[in-house]
Design a protein around this ligand. Structure first.
Ligand SMILES: Nc1nc2c(ncn2[C@@H]2O[C@H](COP(=O)(O)OP(=O)(O)OP(=O)(O)O)[C@@H](O)[C@H]2O)c(=O)[nH]1
Ligand SMILES: [Zn+2]
Length: 360
């Protein structure tokens, strides 16, 4: 087993002792750990430590061996995978490690399966431009999605150089973002970037509307060292391949930014992210006289009372109801079931790799 100190060559990409332990059986079977940087129709770019040179490199691998009909289980950017470098005709993914977090998008209104956009994210960085008045409903939607993923949300109000009441707007946004960090930044003047850097250790996924300043923020965070992962020859190809790691961008101080096209403009998918994004409504509902209060006509309704005296703004309540309606259709397919299935598959796989029972 590889030592899991901070000096581990993969630790900058998010590898840690827990993953090292999970991977032990697979390493014994001759597989190499790698982090998926990009998915592309049946294949992916995966960043791994070359077993021969000990250096990081990007390898093109076949994703089909770990692809199933359950789309939410399929490999995505940010997943840690076990790579079979010796597979023919090209390297192939042999297994995915269990995810710590995942950003999931429902694929179409009538279908109940989701698409995983990014996995193993520690922070969801929500970029919101100060160039126009922030759409609080949209911010709330992003926040619910972020909480839902299991990662911690940070809202970056970008382009602060364009306004002179940034702090005022920050307070407004912070008011609809309980539990989240809300920062004011400018890539133009450098304002707030140090604080932002301190907030985005580990793996950060970027979401936000087109033009919100996501690419600019990534560049500011990554600096000129963005491309430390060199493109090198893949095992079975003569030439250099042309794909880049631009969707999994290593940061100079360690950690990565994940910026994939799929993340740009995402919806919601089930669960209690909504409860966290609207924590004060959750709390109010707990104070209603009836446990199953629908907050419409019941006596002793704390939500109605808060709406009446203005402590709960009508806009905030409407926004909550709208997102809740969007979420309802998915309620029967819980994340718990998906997690259980994944754990089952994982056990079966490690067992088959090693031919031994797996420790719990
Ligand atoms: N004044 C000012 N302009 C900025 C700042 N950050 C970004 N911009 C500008 O805003 C525009 C959009 O920035 P991008 O970084 O491309 O935004 P994006 O979110 O990546 O946009 P998409 O790629 O469309 O999703 C560009 O013209 C940037 O130059 C800033 O801090 N200040
Ligand atoms: Zn109520």
């Amino acid at each position: 087993m590889l030592p899991h100190t901070s000096a581990h060559p993969l630790s900058g990409l998010g590898w840690n002792g827990e993953r090292d332990e999970q991977f032990a059986h697979l390493a014994e079977a001759g597989l190499t750990p790698g982090r998926i940087a990009r998915i592309d129709r049946g294949q992916c770019d995966v960043v791994l430590l070359d077993p021969d040179t000990g250096e990081l490199r990007t390898v093109r691998a076949d994703t089909r061996p770990v692809t199933t009909a359950e789309t939410v289980e399929n490999p995505c950017t940010g997943d840690w995978a076990a790579v079979d470098l010796a597979a023919q005709p090209m390297p192939a993914l042999a297994a995915l490690l269990p995810r710590t977090t995942a950003i999931i998008r429902k694929s179409a209104a009538k279908r109940s399966d989701g698409q995983v956009l990014a996995a193993n994210i520690d922070t969801v960085l929500i970029a919101v431009s100060l160039a126009a008045e922030p759409d609080l409903g949209r911010v709330e939607r992003f926040l619910a999605l972020a909480w839902e993923s299991g990662a911690h949300p940070v809202v970056a109000l970008t382009k602060a150089d364009l306004v002179n009441d940034a702090e005022f707007i920050r307070e407004d946004v912070a008011g609809v973002a309980p539990g989240a960090t809300v920062l004011v930044v400018s890539a133009e003047t450098g304002e707030g970037l140090d604080v932002l850097r301190a907030c985005v250790g580990g793996s950060t996924a970027l979401i936000g509307q087109s033009g919100a300043g996501k690419s600019t923020l990534t560049n500011a965070l990554a600096g000129t060292e963005a491309m430390v992962v060199q493109q090198t020859r893949s095992v079975d190809e003569k030439g250099r391949h042309t794909t880049t790691t631009r969707e999994l961008i290593p940061l100079p101080g360690g950690g990565v930014v994940i910026d994939t096209p799929g993340l740009r403009g995402v919806g919601l998918y089930g669960g209690d992210g909504l409860g966290q994004a609207f924590a004060e409504i959750d709390e109010l509902a707990g104070e209603c006289r009836f446990d199953d209060c629908s907050h419409r006509t019941e006596p002793g309704c704390a939500v109605r009372a808060a709406l009446a005296d203005g402590t709960l703004p009508e806009r905030r309540w409407e926004s909550f109801l709208k997102l809740q309606r969007e979420n309802e259709w998915i309620a029967s397919r819980t994340d718990a079931r998906l997690a259980a299935e994944r754990a089952k598959k994982w056990k079966a796989l490690t067992r088959s790799v090693r031919g031994l029972p797996v420790r719990k």
